[in-house]
Ligand binder design. Structure first.
Ligand code: DAK
Length: 260
C-alpha cells in the first residue's frame, strides 16, 4: 500500500513505519493519523510481522507534535474527531499483538512524545528531545499524555514536565524512565533492529499474551491483573510454541517457534 505521509518498509519480520512530513518536522495532521491507523491495522492482521518500529524521517525530528497549523482554526467538533482518531491509532499500538518500538531520532514533542509513549519500548538517539509543550499553547496533552506519561514516570515528574513545558534530552529521559535505552544517532536503527531480532527469537504468541496481560493489568488492580495473567498463562499451554519451547529445552536444542 502507498501512503502520502508514511514510508513503510519490511525487513524480514520487522515493519519500519516512518512518519514522513519533513516540512513540518513530521507533525501529525489528520491525514497522517488516518494513514498511520490504516497502516497499523494492516500490520495487526499480518502473521508475518512480529515487530513494528515507528520513527520519523530526517535527522532532526521524530514527530514535533500535532500539526499546529491544522489545529489553529479547528472547531471543537474537529478537535473531537481528531482526538477519537488519535485515540484509536495510539491504542492500536498497545493492543496489536506485535511488539512496537519507537525509534526516537530527534524532537519528540507533544503528540510526538505521546506517540512514542504509546509504543511498547522507546529507544532514543542521543539527539532526541522530549517534552509536552501543550500548556504553553493553551491546551493540554490530548493524545494520552496526561495518562501515559504519569503511568511511565510517575505523577510528580509527569506534572512537572507538563506544567513547565520543559524539554529534556535523551539522557534525562533515560534517567527518569521515559526511554529504555539511549544510543548514538547513527546506531539508532541498528539498536532497534537488534532488539527486534531478540524479540523475534521468542514465542510471538506468548509475547502477545504477555503484552495484553501487562496492558490490561496496569489499568486495573493487582488481583484482577493477576487473574488476567493466570488466564493468559493457561492459554499459552494450548499452543504449539509452549510444547516446542519446553521440549527444545529438555532436548538441549534451540526452539523453533511458529507463533501459535
Ligand atoms: N506543527 C506544524 N508545523 C510545525 C510543527 C508543528 N507541531 N513543528 C514544527 N513545524 C514547522 C515549523 O513551523 C517550520 O515551518 P516553516 O517555518 O519552515 O514553514 C518547520 O516545521 C521547521 O521548524 P522550526 O523552524 O521551528 O525549526 P527549529 O529547529 O527552529 O525548532 C522545534 C524545532 C521542534 C523546537 C520547533 O519547531 C517547535 O517548537 N515546534 C512545535 C513543537 C510543539 O509545540 N509541538 C507540540 C504541538 S501541540 C489533540 C490532541 C493532542 C494534540 C492536539 C490535538 N486533539 C485531541 C484534537 C497535541 C498537540 C501537540 O502536539
Amino acid at each position: 500500500m502507498m501512503y502520502e505521509h508514511l514510508l513503510v518498509e519490511t525487513k524480514g519480520q520487522v515493519a519500519i513505519v516512518t512518519i514522513n512530513n519533513p516540512k513540518t518536522l513530521n507533525a501529525l495532521n489528520s491525514a497522517t493519523l488516518t494513514e498511520l491507523n490504516a497502516c497499523l491495522s494492516d500490520i495487526e492482521q499480518s502473521k508475518d510481522i512480529r515487530v513494528t518500529i515507528v520513527t520519523g524521517s530526517g535527522a532532526k525530528a521524530f514527530v514535533a507534535g500535532a500539526d499546529i497549523s491544522e489545529m489553529v482554526n479547528a472547531t471543537p467538533a474537529e478537535g473531537r474527531a481528531m482526538s477519537l482518531l488519535a485515540k484509536e491509532t495510539f491504542s492500536r499500538l498497545e493492543t496489536m499483538p506485535q511488539v512496537t518500538i519507537a525509534a526516537v531520532n530527534g524532537f519528540a514533542l507533544g503528540g510526538g512524545c505521546e506517540l512514542s509513549m504509546a509504543c511498547d519500548i522507546r529507544i532514543a538517539s542521543e539527539k532526541a528531545v522530549f517534552g509536552q509543550p501543550e500548556c504553553g499553547l493553551g491546551i493540554l496533552p490530548g493524545f494520552g499524555g496526561t495518562q501515559r506519561l504519569a503511568r511511565l514516570i510517575g505523577k510528580g515528574r509527569a506534572k512537572e514536565l507538563i506544567f513547565t513545558c520543559d524539554r529534556i534530552d535523551a539522557q534525562e529521559a533515560y534517567r527518569i524512565g521515559l526511554v529504555n535505552k539511549v544510543v548514538p544517532a547513527e546506531e539508532l536503527m541498528d539498536a532497534c533492529m537488534a532488539m527486534a531480532e531478540k524479540i523475534q527469537g521468542n514465542g510471538s504468541y506468548a509475547i502477545a499474551l504477555a503484552k495484553a496481560s501487562i496492558e490490561t493489568g496496569t489499568d486495573t488492580d493487582l488481583a484482577n491483573g493477576l487473574a488476567v495473567e493466570a488466564t493468559n498463562f493457561g492459554l499459552s499451554f494450548a499452543t504449539h510454541d509452549k510444547k516446542e519451547g519446553m521440549t527444545a529445552f529438555l532436548e538441549k536444542r534451540k526452539a523453533v517457534f511458529v507463533g501459535e
